[in-house]
Design a protein around this ligand. Structure first.
Ligand SMILES: [Zn+2]
Length: 74
């Protein structure tokens, strides 16, 4: 005979079990610089900051345009 559960668990008990499962799966940290959700222990994708320092220069299209415009004027 295979091992079977003797009695069916109540809805309350099922909910208690699943509530802890959902907590474990949710992973994310708010960036202190720009406030976007990121994976823990990783550099922020939006601003390139990690542990209060800028590690990667994130170049947005608007910033690139302004830089190139200023250079051409000079
Ligand atoms: Zn950020």
């Amino acid at each position: 005979m295979p091992h079977e559960p003797k009695k069916r668990h109540s809805r309350q008990r099922q909910g208690k079990r699943r509530s802890s499962i959902k907590q474990a799966t949710s992973a994310g940290i708010l960036c202190p610089n720009c406030g976007t959700m990121n994976l823990p222990h990783t550099i922020c994708k939006k601003c390139g900051y990690y542990k209060g320092k800028q590690i990667i220069k994130v170049s947005s299209k608007t910033k690139e345009k302004t830089e190139t415009e200023n250079k051409s004027k000079k």
